[in-house]
Design a protein around this ligand. Structure first.
Ligand code: CTP
Length: 438
């Protein structure tokens, strides 16, 4: 439908970016499965997360917002589709959330970002050059291919930079030497794609990464963060993608090998201790956050930031626009740590430990657990495994059934009951009722 709308207006429409990459990966997977070659399966399974379309080939000044016009036309044609327009970037996003077969499909329609030609773009060289420029601005050859969707040459593959060959040879390769200087977050993307797809970073591209880092590109991220919020948004997005992926340990290790952890902050290094902390937090979260209440990636990021001096860690968290509770946690970390270290050794009874730790949520507790000495960590572990799950033996209704009049005294009564339950002095309902009567 989008192609038809574009054709009616004399425009060209292309499928670009990740969808094209994943389409070819699934082709490669299909072609190699019979031969027992599963190299491409990982990419193939990820097929079609997002669909990015680019409109091109327009010539009137009004066509400047071609992508937006096309999206509006599609929305009229399919009223259930939700439309968001980002005028500044001439892009629009369509969400097909009502169609169960499409499972909330995102379609971005952008207008090819290039100069405007004052003459009709019927000339294929001009058409090719403007989509070519759009693709040239992209990160890696495997992400810089397009498939034309409009007639008469629909289905044609535009691969100006050797993306298909790199997909076959499993290489992550940039299009030009300055790519990482222009956008340092691409360092993280290179690692993400390499680890996720099981590809190699091409040696020359790795050289460009190392050169970008050696020339202090990370310094720019930090000092210009406030000036370029887009850079921060992208860095945060990449950190999130990496830290919430099942392959995050390999990605972090690879980033560390490349010296790229310092893009988060120049003082940051993946020491053995930090590595141990990250894996411990990951294990604890998987064990205790069974109903997925906590954003694991965010807690892992907090562990990384906790390495920094207080003022730096808060500044980085603010620049990355982390949620307020993350920033608070990083701000108050030293005080909370000191409090636990001085107070927990004095807790002789389980109920005292429970009282001391109940104010902290799970992300705070796991973060503190990796910072405190072993004995304190064991107490946090005891709290999480044995005390926090304890259910009260009686509730307010039970107290009413025992003949007590509902009122303010219920709360201290139930708290006292919980304390003796935690301390093992009361073990069942009968003993609990007896305790209340006494
Ligand atoms: N892109 C880029 N530089 C960046 C981020 C994105 O050049 N720093 C380009 C890439 O060519 C990418 C496209 O923008 O293909 C869309 O970005 P995104 O949706 O983040 O990536 P996908 O390739 O679609 O990857 P994924 O499958 O992980 O969504």
């Amino acid at each position: 439908a989008a192609a038809k709308q574009a054709e009616e207006r004399g425009w060209q429409l292309y499928l670009v970016g990740g969808a094209v990459r994943d389409l070819f990966l699934s082709d490669l997977a299909a072609a190699t499965t019979d031969e027992g070659d599963d190299r491409f399966e990982e990419g193939a399974n990820l097929f079609m997360a997002d669909i990015d379309l680019v409109v091109d080939g327009f010539h009137r000044a009004a066509d400047h917002a071609a992508g937006v016009e096309l999206a509006r036309a599609l929305q009229q044609q399919y009223p259930s589709v939700r439309l968001q327009i980002h005028g500044r970037f001439q892009t629009s996003a369509l969400t097909w959330h009502n169609d169960p077969t499409l499972n909330s499909l995102w379609i971005d329609i952008a207008t090819a970002r290039t100069e405007f030609y004052p003459y009709p773009a019927a000339n294929p060289e001009v058409e090719a050059s403007s989509i070519r420029q759009d693709l040239y601005r992209r990160d890696f050859t495997i992400n810089a291919m397009a498939i034309r969707l409009t007639a008469p040459r629909s289905g044609e593959v535009l691969d100006f930079f050797g993306g298909l060959l790199d997909l076959q040879e499993q290489h992550v390769r940039v299009l030009h030497a300055n790519s990482f200087i222009e956008d340092p977050t691409r360092i993280y993307r290179a690692v993400r794609f390499a680890v996720r797809l099981g590809f190699e970073i091409d040696p020359q591209t790795e050289g460009y990464i190392r050169h970008a880092i050696a020339s202090g590109v990370y310094h720019r991220i930090q000092t210009e963060m406030a000036k370029f919020p887009a850079l921060q948004t992208r860095l945060k997005q990449e950190l999130r993608y990496i830290l919430e992926a099942p392959y995050w340990t390999r990605a972090i290790q690879r980033l560390s090998d490349l010296g790229a952890i310092c893009c988060i902050h120049s003082d940051l290094q993946l020491t053995d201790r930090l590595w141990w902390q990250l894996r411990l937090v990951d294990r604890w979260l998987r064990q205790f956050d069974t109903d997925h209440q906590v954003e694991h990636w965010l807690t892992l990021l907090e562990v990384l930031l906790a390495e920094l001096e207080k003022s730096d860690r808060v500044k980085v968290a603010e620049n990355l626009q982390l949620p307020a509770d993350s920033i608070d946690r990083l701000q108050n970390l030293d005080e909370m740590q000191q409090y636990l270290q001085s107070h927990l050794p004095k807790c002789d009874r389980p109920s005292q430990l429970y009282q001391a730790l109940i104010p902290y949520d799970l992300p705070t507790l796991v973060l503190l657990a990796v910072l405190v000495p072993r004995s304190i960590r064991r107490q946090i572990w005891q709290y999480l495994t044995r005390l926090a799950p304890v259910k009260p033996l009686l509730n307010g209704n039970d107290l009413k059934a025992l003949g007590y009049k509902p009122g303010r005294q219920f709360k201290p009564m139930l708290e006292a009951l919980l304390a003796v339950t935690l301390d093992g002095e009361v073990r069942d309902r009968t003993e609990a009722e007896q305790f209340i009567r006494d």
